[in-house]
Design a protein. Sequence first.
Length: 113
Amino acid sequence: MPTPPFVDHALAELLDEQPRLTLEDLARTCCMRPDWVVERLEAGLLQGEQAGGHWRFSSASVVRARRLARLESTFDADPELAALTADLIEEVTALRQRLRELQTRLGLPAAMP
């Protein structure tokens, strides 16, 4: 069963942008194995910070990793295809947010979602 979008947003809001989660924490949050996370890091599909030989992840990484895991499992998607889809979802989200900000600044009614 897919995770409702508000869960990703709520999770992102609970965590701050400081990298705090470990590789194992991120894997557990995504219901995946740590080697799944490592494979996506090595392929450049996930971002994290490495210090002292340990990985740390921010809330944005958590949301992206959960999205990748869901796309891969739901659609049996190749990791690169799941990442491309996640990129497009993130871009559309950013553009919608920018549109809302411009509409507010210009005093225009909000567009339909």
